[in-house]
Design a protein around this ligand. Sequence first.
Ligand SMILES: [Zn+2]
Length: 383
Amino acid sequence: MPPRDTDNRPVIQAEEILAGIKRWVEIESPSHDAAAVNRMGDEVERDLRRLGARIARVPGRDGYGDILTARTPWGGDGPGILVLSHIDTVHPIGMIREALTWRREGDKVYGPGIYDMKGGAYLAFYAYQHLVRQGKQTALPITFMFVPEEEIGSPTSRAAIEQAALANKYVLVTEPAREGGKIVTSRKGVGRFELKTKGRPAHAGARHEDGRSAIREMARQVLRIEEMTDYARGITTNVGLMSGGTGVNVVPQFCTCEVDLRVPDAAVAEEMTARILGLKAIDPDVQLTVTGEMNRPPYRKNAGIAQLFDHAKELAAEIGFELKDVELTGGGSDGNFTAALGVPTLDGLGVDGYGAHTDYEHCFYSSLEPRARLMLRLFETLT
Ligand SMILES: [Zn+2]
C-alpha cells in the first residue's frame, strides 16, 4: 500500500522513493550493453504501464538499447512537457557487487548510476505516480523519454530527442543536481576529435635513421592541442586516449589519439573546430589526419530558460528551499540538444549528490523528497 497521511491521502515519502531507486539501480545498464539497457527499459516500461501511460518503444540500433517513450493518458497529443532521462550508466556490469555496492551511510546512498541519473529519472516517475494516486491530471500532457546511450553522446537518440523537444513547450532534464542542489541553465558545447599519424616503421637498432616515428609526431601534436586550453575564455581541450606503436624496438608507424573539446558558445565552437581540424604535421615525412566535430552544441540562459528557472525558483521557495543555478557547466547532456533548438530547458533537476562516473558515486537522501516535490509542482503548474 502506498504511504498515506492521517486523512488517508497519499504522501510523498523519501523512504518509498529510495526503495524505487534501489530497484532501478540494481538493474545494471552500461551504455554498450544493449541487452542490459533493455532489461532496465523493461522495468521502467512496466512501472509506467501500471500508471496507464501510453508507451512507445523504438528498437535500438548500432548496438545500443531501445528508446522508450511514455506519455500521460491525458492531455491529447498537443505540445506539453518533455521529461528527458537516460537509463544507461558508465559503470560496467558487476560494479554493484564489487566497487560500488548499494549502501547507505548517513545521508549518502551509494550505487552505480544512483546519481547519474537513475535517481533523477525515478524522481520524475514518482512525481507522475503521485499525480495518478491522487487522481489528478496536469494542464499539459507529459512525455517521458528514456535515452539508452546518453553517456556515449546519444548518437542513435539525438534525432528522436530533437523531434520530441520541438513537439513540446518545455523540456525538464533529470540529470544530477550539483554543488548543493544547483540546477543547470547553461552548458558548454562538447566536441570530439580523432588524430591519426602515419610515419615510417624501422628497426629501432639497426635502421633507426630510416624510421619516422608516428608517436613522436603525435607527442608534438598533443602539446599543441593541450595548449589550446584557455580557462579565461572557457575553452578546454583534453587528449583523453592515446595509442600507438607495435613494439619497443620498432620505430612506430601508427599512432592515434582522441580529443575532448569544451566551448562556451557557438562562435568559439566554430573557431576551435577550425583550429583542430586545421592542424598540420610538423615532420614532413609523417602524415597527419584529423577528423571530428562538435557533438553537443553549447547553450546559454536565454529569456525562455530564465523565465522557466524563475518559476522553478518560486516553487522551490514554497517547498522550502532556495533553488540556484550554476554559471556555465562543462558537462554536456541531452539538454544541449533541446536548449540549442530554443525550447526552454531546465537541466539538473535530478537528485543531489556527488561522484558521477566514479566508484564513490552517491546521492543525498535528504534531496529526494524536496526534489520530487519540485518535479511534481513543475508538472502541476506549467501551462
Ligand atoms: Zn547523466
